[in-house]
Design a protein around this ligand. Structure first.
Ligand SMILES: [Zn+2]
Length: 134
């Protein structure tokens, strides 16, 4: 179970998933807009992580999420953008990319994995994007 991995082991597992996602031109095409980067820096990553938990639990957590496949806007919050980039936008993408089967409630470990992946992707944007503070 990925959520049981600690520290460096967990980071390298997440890095591997992010690496695989880069193989998809569609997923690779997502980036945080300047306003998303500003918002993220203003709130801090801990707050963004809390937002991610709230979104994932409500919009992906149930066995049959409302409007599944269309529940994640393409913009409006950095977590939404990160969800499309990391294929955690809907239950079909979660199944296809991450092997999390549809039709059942997400486990706490799965929610944690998804949130970790989203935050890792956002962190990459903050540290590698062209909008780095001077
Ligand atoms: Zn999707």
């Amino acid at each position: 179970m990925k959520s049981l991995l600690k520290g460096g082991e967990k980071n390298s597992a997440l890095g591997g998933v992010l690496e695989t996602l880069r193989c998809s031109p569609f997923r690779r095409g997502f980036a945080l807009a300047p306003r998303d980067l500003r918002y993220t820096r203003g709130k801090g990553l801990n707050t963004i992580r809390e937002h991610a938990y709230t979104f994932i639990r409500a919009r992906l957590g149930p066995a049959l999420p409302l409007n599944d496949g269309k529940q994640t806007p393409m913009k409006g919050h950095p977590v939404f953008v990160a969800q499309h980039a990391t294929a955690t936008c809907c239950r079909r993408c979660l199944q296809r990319w991450h092997g999390i089967e549809r039709g059942r409630t997400l486990t706490e470990g799965e929610i944690e994995f998804i949130v970790d992946l989203i935050v890792a992707w956002i962190l990459n944007c903050l540290t590698q994007g062209p909008e780095q503070p001077r």
